[in-house]
Design a protein around this ligand. Structure first.
Ligand code: C2O
Length: 338
């Protein structure tokens, strides 16, 4: 059976890695999920390093408005960050399962669809706040040479709503990301870092298709009602998803906040650009290389986001039904076989 959306009234304070209450306000009326009308505008997510000043103005204003909402508004910036914390730091139990078994959306086949829907609702809130139904989140294009640095709009000015102080000071632009980051900086020329990154992308996205006839090597291991959490991550979730998180977080803060820990990652606005690119990789992989699971336990897994219930994985498979797409940019790693 599929993992079911949590019961908000049983949400608990998180204790691992630290005490934090990530539970959403639970007095909300929850509506059934509906796909956006086919007539609604297509929102095209741009590469973060290619946006113009007008885009940055709209985006930073939307995030600013989100930060200014009352603290107990479920659309508030911190409340939205806490959505991630609650689904990742054991705030929810699976409904109807004994003994008590937490819901964990990482390290399994829930990773891609859960984050897709999380971004979908987050993006919709931002769009509503600025009254612009065409607004789309940017993606951090770390899979292409020109996108491998932290996008500069997140780094300067430090007064911007999308700046975050809790990041690795040595990884500010123009430093290139190391998609295989293991905690130690390599001192290698940029050209070599670029080649390493392209080879890493090839290995994680393309080789996984060549090596396996089932989608689980890329998408992650099955995780069903009653399963223990963390049955196993797919290739992309491990690298570069996890590695970019840790590369971005501040190594001098206790839990590598913000990006380096589940409970705090959503507090850094760059999280959503990182996950846009993770989501873009899923869509490229599905369209060009792989096939998604057809297992009903995957398709019928459901989640709850403000303010719609029972967001099924099956509703998330087709991004054009969700009325968004990605700016078409090069994917130079596709042929970067090491
Ligand atoms: Cu839910 Cu990038 O982690």
């Amino acid at each position: 059976l599929p993992i079911q959306a949590p019961d908000l009234s049983s949400c608990r304070q998180t204790t691992d890695p630290t005490n934090v209450n990530c539970c959403p306000p639970s007095n909300q009326t929850i509506r059934p999920f509906q796909l956006p009308p086919a007539s609604s505008p297509m929102r095209v997510r741009p590469a973060a390093h290619l946006v113009d000043a007008a885009y940055i103005t709209r985006y930073t204003r939307a995030v600013q408005l989100m930060k200014q909402l009352p603290a107990n508004d479920p659309r508030n910036f911190t409340q939205q960050a806490n959505v991630h914390c609650a689904y990742c730091n054991a705030a929810y139990d699976q409904v109807g399962i004994t003994p008590r078994t937490e819901i964990q959306v990482h390290s399994s086949w829930l990773f891609f669809p859960w984050h897709r829907l999380y971004l979908y609702f987050y993006e919709r809130i931002l769009a509503n706040l600025i009254g612009d139904p065409t607004f789309a989140l940017p993606f951090w294009n770390w899979d292409a040479p020109n996108g491998m640095a932290m996008p500069s709009m997140y780094a300067t000015p430090t007064t911007s709503s999308i700046y975050d102080r809790l990041r690795n000071a040595r990884h500010q632009p123009p430093k290139l990301v190391n998609l295989n980051f293991n905690g130690t900086d390599l001192n290698i020329p940029d050209a070599q870092q670029i080649q390493n990154n392209l080879n890493t992308m090839y290995r994680q996205v393309v080789s996984s298709v060549v090596q396996s006839t089932t989608p689980q090597l890329f998408l992650g291991m099955p995780y069903r009602a009653g399963s223990r959490p963390n049955p196993g991550a797919g290739t992309l979730e491990g690298v570069p998803h996890n590695t970019v998180h840790v590369w971005t977080g501040d190594p001098t803060s206790r839990f590598q906040e913000n990006m380096g820990n589940f409970y705090s990652a959503g507090r850094d606005p760059i999280f959503f650009a990182h996950h846009s690119n993770v989501d873009r990789m899923w869509s490229i992989w599905s369209d060009r290389f792989g096939r998604n699971f057809t297992d009903p336990d995957w398709l019928n897994s459901s989640f709850l986001f403000y303010d719609e219930n029972r967001n099924l994985v099956r509703d998330a498979l087709n991004i054009s039904q969700l009325r968004y797409s990605y700016q078409n940019v090069d994917t130079p790693w596709v042929n970067a076989r090491p």
